[in-house]
Write a protein that binds this ligand. Structure first.
Ligand code: FEO
Length: 168
């Protein structure tokens, strides 16, 4: 499909933010010394904040984008897309894992290093799915939004979504 103008692209700015967060998380994760309790706790604090941003992003999409789009779609299209809705399982797993790490607090160095390995595996697993997931939203949902919303409606939705992400 031809490129969608920025003012009609509900995903462009929120997804740029998500990609930046993924890169920030990967950078901080690889720089963290899990032997050092302070560094470990600092990482977990940042992850907790960042995963909350991801959760908010998914909630905004479910409510304001998919929630507004679905009632406009013909039944055959709807059924096909219902499988693509956010299940959020990986994100919830990560949030729970970070909480567990924070509760461990000033635990032994060995426990922190073990936890770091679990965290790296869980984050890698999330990232490997999340980046294609965003691409799919842009390739599947965005053309449908363009098709089933008027231009003023889509402009307003884009503005609202950007505002809900505090990207103004
Ligand atoms: Fe835009 Fe569902 O992540």
């Amino acid at each position: 499909m031809p490129s969608v103008p920025e003012e009609l692209n509900v995903y462009r700015r929120p997804h740029s933010l998500m990609v930046k967060l993924v890169n920030d998380i990967e950078r901080e994760l690889s720089a963290t010394d899990f032997c050092d309790a302070q560094s470990y706790l600092q990482l977990l604090g940042h992850l907790s904040t960042n995963f909350h941003v991801f959760q908010t992003h998914e909630e905004i999409e479910n409510r304001y984008i998919v929630g507004e789009l679905m009632p406009r779609l013909p039944c055959n299209h709807k059924a096909k897309l219902e499988n693509d809705l956010h299940s959020d399982n990986r994100l919830s797993t990560l949030v729970n894992l970070v909480s567990e790490g924070l509760q461990m607090g000033w635990c032994s160095e060995e426990a922190r290093v073990d936890f770091g390995e679990r965290l790296k595996t869980a984050i890698a697993s999330f990232t490997v799915d999340f980046l294609p997931h965003m691409r799919e939203e842009e390739e599947v949902f965005l053309p449908l939004l363009v098709q089933y919303f008027s231009e003023p409606e889509l402009k307003k939705l884009t503005r609202d979504v950007i505002e809900l992400h505090h990207l103004n």
